[in-house]
Design a binder for this molecule. Structure first.
Ligand code: GLC
Length: 457
């Protein structure tokens, strides 16, 4: 008698409470906590295999293209740096008319470069939503003559061409009425009206839910988290919420206090799935189970700047990618399209050159693991797959002998470009070396495959 009464009481009290606080959120929060290292590795598998992705910074800042009054060096921070009043900034939307936007073409450019995923700004610090959202009217569909969103189109095009799709989202919002700048005339960092923080977070959740369910985004790439009012606790709650919508989502560490790249991710601390070194490559990797992605610009700006011609060379880009892969990381390389919807031609050209190298040598990048050696080698970098090493030679030896690292038993070696012409492995007191042709087969990086009989460690 008693137990059934108790049971009924429990059902009456507990279930509605759980339903109110969203039982799914609890279930997912619990799941996130108990996810094993293997499960995480599996969830992030496609992303770690991919190694190379395209970052896209696109928003109203593309309209002035980096120029405001006498200033010429602005980018996506123009609203803050040029101290543009909100009402004046809003009017940029009237000139955002991306009639040349062709999502399929953007994806082709990324794919042709060897990139396997695209991450685009859904809402940058300026607070302008690049999709047709119901959560705010400050969005591309409502405020621009173009009259429709651009994210779903890119997501669909990416999927059609076999690429993965992700979205960047800024926590800091210079336009939102709950937030105001701490410094007069400036927006960053914002402070929030404490009465309205909950409301703002709910609005963020509504927007993020649209991105997850509407565009099918697979990555959520947060930013603008350095504000005093945003806490790791807020990040953890948001992480659990997002995983309740889709447990496969991959989320960066800036959902918590993730500034300065790794921010404890290498020590198993921090919120989110992967670290985000910005404009830099860590000197060494972090070992297995630590995930990271270096994001970098192609010139010196994230958002479109018409005066910035300081482009990275294809050699730098390819060598950065190799360096990153040899340390077990991903490379997210940015383009800043114009307000008309074009990826600037110099970016397109460089990416196409990178693509030529990737077509011949992609096997040495995709699905590889970090080098087994503790430090980068004098002549270049190493990646590996089970039973083989890929030697990426930047500085081709002048004497026809490439010194091989000690501690490994080598069985067969050949140029990736000429698999049926084995290279001779020579053993001497100082260690093993390879007899290689006099001239580097590839001026950017020549790849030699070495099959390893057995690693000694
Ligand atoms: C920075 C900047 C931002 C850029 C981002 C990319 O946090 O605030 O403009 O989007 O880094 O990593």
């Amino acid at each position: 008698m008693k137990p059934s009464w108790l049971l009924r009481l429990a059902l009456a009290v507990v279930i509605p409470t759980a339903a109110l606080t969203s039982s799914a959120v609890f279930a997912q929060a619990a799941q996130a906590q108990v996810e094993t290292a293997e499960q995480k590795a599996e969830r992030l598998q496609w992303w770690t295999d991919a190694r190379f992705g395209m970052f896209v910074h696109w928003g109203l800042y593309a309209v002035p293209g980096g120029e405001w009054k006498e200033g010429k060096n602005y980018g996506e921070w123009i609203m803050d740096e040029a101290r543009i009043p909100r009402a004046e900034y809003e009017r940029l939307a009237e000139h955002f008319v991306p009639v040349k936007y062709d999502a399929d073409e953007w994806v082709r450019i990324a794919k042709n470069a060897g990139m396997k995923y695209i991450v685009i700004t859904s809402k940058h610090h300026e607070g302008f939503a690049m999709w047709d959202t119901k959560a705010t009217d400050y969005n591309i569909a409502e405020r621009t003559p173009y009259g429709k969103g651009v994210l779903k189109e890119l997501a669909d095009a990416a999927r059609r061409q076999g690429l993965h799709f992700g979205t960047y989202y800024s926590i800091m919002d210079w336009h939102h009425p709950s937030q105001s700048g701490e410094i007069p005339g400036r927006y960053n960092p914002t402070r929030i009206d404490p009465q309205r923080k909950r409301e703002y977070i709910d609005e963020m959740k509504a927007e993020l839910k649209e991105l997850v369910t509407g565009t099918g985004t697979e990555i959520l790439w947060f930013d603008g988290e350095w504000l005093n009012w945003w806490t790791n606790e807020d990040g953890r709650e948001l992480y659990a919420y997002l995983h309740s919508l889709n447990p496969d989502l991959i989320i960066n560490n800036r959902i918590g206090k993730g500034r300065d790249g790794m921010q404890g991710m290498d020590k198993g601390e921090g919120v989110g799935d992967f670290g985000t070194p910005e404009q830099e490559i860590p000197p060494l990797g972090y070992g297995p189970g630590v995930y990271w992605e270096s994001c970098m610009t192609l010139n010196d700006h994230w958002g479109f700047n018409k005066n910035d011609h300081h482009w990275k060379s294809p050699e730098t880009i390819v060598r950065n990618l190799i360096d990153i892969a040899s340390k077990g990381g991903n490379y997210l390389l940015n383009v800043g399209p114009t307000a008309e919807g074009l990826i600037p031609q110099p970016s397109v050209e460089r990416l196409s050159e990178v693509g030529k190298w990737m077509k011949a040598n992609g096997e040495s990048i995709y699905g590889t693991q970090a080098s087994p050696f503790d430090a980068p080698l004098a002549w270049g970098r190493v990646t590996r797959k089970p039973g083989r090493l890929y030697l990426h030679v930047f500085d081709w030896p002048k004497d026809g002998r490439l010194a091989l690292p000690m501690g490994i038993q080598y069985s067969r070696a050949y140029l990736l470009a000429a698999p049926d012409q084995p290279l001779k492995i020579q053993y001497a007191k100082e260690g093993a070396s390879l007899a290689v042709p006099a001239i580097a087969p590839d001026p950017i990086a020549s790849v030699i495959v070495v099959e390893t009989a057995q690693a000694r460690h």
